[in-house]
Design a protein around this ligand. Structure first.
Ligand SMILES: Nc1ncnc2c1ncn2[C@@H]1O[C@H](COP(=O)(O)OP(=O)(O)OP(=O)(O)O)[C@@H](O)[C@H]1O
Ligand SMILES: [Mg+2]
Length: 584
């Protein structure tokens, strides 16, 4: 027979919800600290007794809660932070679910004392029984709020059994307070355990004070061996302290990452950071960092899990590649400059404003971490900074003479989408723009492959490419050939490649489409020159999008340098006699 359906008593319903949010004393402290931050506190005091099992008291000087709102604050699905569904799409506060206090209250003895800004009277709320009825009494409290949580899990013995020693539980609490204290330099934090002050951090206004806070929470070793970084691009800001590889640790216990001020543990971001460090860390060591990513709240979803430790970015690939490329560059530059005392331009680049720098990148294929990696980078950057290479203007002859005296003359315009019309002393020249670019790029690649240098540099956003295991094997086999033409990639997993570096004509390729075409060529052609032709076609697809007069003229000058072997040439000349014949 079917059992009767009934509503759960509020306490039981809240206890079930608490299962997800209140895992241990540390999670209570996290929720209460977040509430104080959301209430604009400037100073927060945390008192813990017996690892939090006996007492956790969080006191703040924030906005406070009015008498009429106290009962609501303790009931489930009650919040002052969002009003409607659309608010969920751009959350500016740390809390928004309206269930933390109710959940904590259902598995502990909780009281909430608060004095609203501008009021002279404070009130204290306590909860009783299975229906969680609220009792409110006058209290004495300065402006702000104190939440006291005693005897956590006293009424849920199954949960209580999972609590560890006082020391371990306090360790978790301390870690949570540290994490949050690192995220808000504008708030003072004090943590006490069994009446002993563990730390007392004042508001940190300037850079020096911020460094001091980082030093007291992460250790002086960290602050002495890190770089302060800041990057802004594509609507994202990444800043913070990046630990030098020399202080990498055997555990991942000095890794702090925040998204819009929220502590997150996110696989995507972890992956990007790990990858950025991959050429610098050995023996399974873990990087150290305190980093903050700021983005428009509309572009990130924080309502992924009740603990809000996970986030989901609308443009996850962009965020991943931004974090990876900026950190990788910062690490490489920092490392090389300390070793060789050479100055390397560490300016963050903005997407879309990339200018191919006339630099020659190291010709060694990118390798997995190895003891020689740093030496190789150093050699590469020395090459980059050597004056001989810097002045190398590959394939672009300069001329001051009247361009009409040159074989292909000067550009009159681009017609029929793809045909450059030129005027020379001899007559009229028609150039197939796409074909011309293809020939020019193919020749550049061929010369590079045969041993001439081609300027190449790391991509601002390395491109990840999904492919099958077989395709990956093909690319790995031909990797050294691609490196010769300035195109470097690494295997990132069983089915992924990461293109890291490309020469100027190939920097803006659609890498996914190009690599698909390249894989077909590698599979069907034995001659690598044929594969270079495929690269050239894709390079030309991008090049022909540049239709300003300067680009068209440059293409003409490059065509004039094409070797005799390039046949048929991508142009026809209509000399004066021929033109006359045609029009009369
Ligand atoms: N320290 C505090 N100072 C002022 N108001 C507070 C404080 N703590 C809680 N509140 C009020 O009580 C409400 C309920 O808090 P609770 O933590 O349960 O939910 P929330 O913060 O809105 O959402 P979440 O469940 O995601 O934390 C808050 O929305 C806020 O209005
Ligand atoms: Mg909350």
């Amino acid at each position: 027979m079917a059992k009767k359906i009934h509503l759960l008593p509020p306490q039981l319903a809240n206890q079930i919800a608490a299962g997800e949010v209140v895992e241990r004393p540390g999670s209570v402290v996290k929720e209460l600290l977040e509430n104080s931050i959301d209430a604009n506190a400037k100073r927060i005091q945390v008192d813990i007794e017996n690892g939090g099992v006996k007492l956790m008291r969080i006191r703040d000087d924030g906005d406070g809660i009015g008498k009429d709102d106290l009962a609501l604050a303790l009931s489930r699905h009650a919040t002052s932070k969002i009003y409607e569904l659309t608010d969920l799409t751009a959350i500016g506060s740390l809390g928004f679910r309206g269930e933390a206090l109710a959940s904590i209250a259902s598995v502990s003895r909780l009281n909430l004392t608060s004095c609203l800004q501008g009021e002279s009277r404070a009130w204290c709320a306590t909860l009783h029984g299975r229906d969680m009825s609220v009792n409110i009494e006058p209290a004495s409290h300065p402006q702000g709020t104190t939440v006291e949580v005693r005897d956590l899990f006293f009424n849920t013995p199954a949960r209580r059994k999972f609590l560890r020693t006082e020391r371990t539980e306090f360790f978790h609490i301390e870690e949570i307070v540290k994490r949050i204290a690192l995220s808000r330099f504008d708030i003072g934090f004090m943590l006490r355990h069994n009446q002993k002050i563990m730390f007392n951090l004042r508001v940190a206004e300037d850079d020096g004070a911020k460094d001091k806070r980082v030093a007291s929470l992460c250790g002086s070793q960290f602050i002495k061996n890190c770089e302060r970084v800041e990057f802004n691009a594509v609507g994202l800001r990444l800043w913070g302290w990046l630990g030098n590889p020399e202080i990498a640790r055997s555990q991942n216990d000095l890794q702090y990452f925040y998204v819009n001020g929220r502590v997150v543990r996110d696989k995507l971001l972890n992956h990007a950071i790990r990858q950025a460090y991959q050429d610098h860390l050995y023996d399974g060591k873990h990087a150290c960092y305190v980093l903050f990513l700021e983005c428009c709240p509309e572009t990130v979803d924080v309502n992924v899990h009740p603990t809000k430790h996970e986030v989901r970015f609308h443009e996850s690939r962009l965020v991943h590649d931004f974090v990876f490329s900026q950190l990788q560059r910062a690490l490489t530059n920092a490392h090389v400059s300390t070793l060789a005392t050479v100055e390397i331009d560490a300016e963050p680049e903005v997407m879309g404003s990339e200018q191919p720098r006339n630099t020659v990148a190291p010709r060694t294929p990118q390798t997995r971490p190895s003891a020689t990696a740093v030496r190789e980078q150093l050699a590469g950057y020395r090459q980059m900074t050597s004056p001989a290479k810097q002045t190398q203007q590959a394939f672009i002859p300069t001329t001051n003479s009247d361009p009409r005296q040159l074989p292909l003359g000067r550009v009159l315009g681009l017609v029929l989408e793809n045909t450059i019309v030129c005027e020379s002393e001899g007559g009229l020249v028609l150039v197939d723009y796409h074909h011309a670019q293809r020939c020019v790029i193919a020749q550049q690649l061929l010369q590079a492959w045969q041993g001439e240098a081609i300027p190449s540099q790391p991509l601002l956003f390395p491109a990840s490419i999904q492919c099958s295991g077989e395709t990956l094997a093909l690319f790995n086999k031909a990797k050294d050939e691609f490196v010769k033409v300035g195109l470097s990639f690494d295997q990132m997993g069983p089915t992924m490649l990461m293109v890291r570096e490309a020469p100027a004509p190939l920097r803006k390729l659609d890498f996914a489409a190009t690599f698909e075409a390249l894989s077909v060529s590698l599979l069907t052609q034995d001659d690598f020159k044929k594969t270079l032709q495929v690269l050239a076609v894709h390079g030309a697809d991008v090049a022909v999008k540049q239709q300003d007069r300067e680009s068209l003229n440059r293409c003409l000058r490059q065509c004039e340098q094409l070797s005799k072997e390039v046949q048929p040439k991508p142009w026809i000349v209509l000399d004066k006699a021929r033109l006359k014949e045609l029009v009369t």
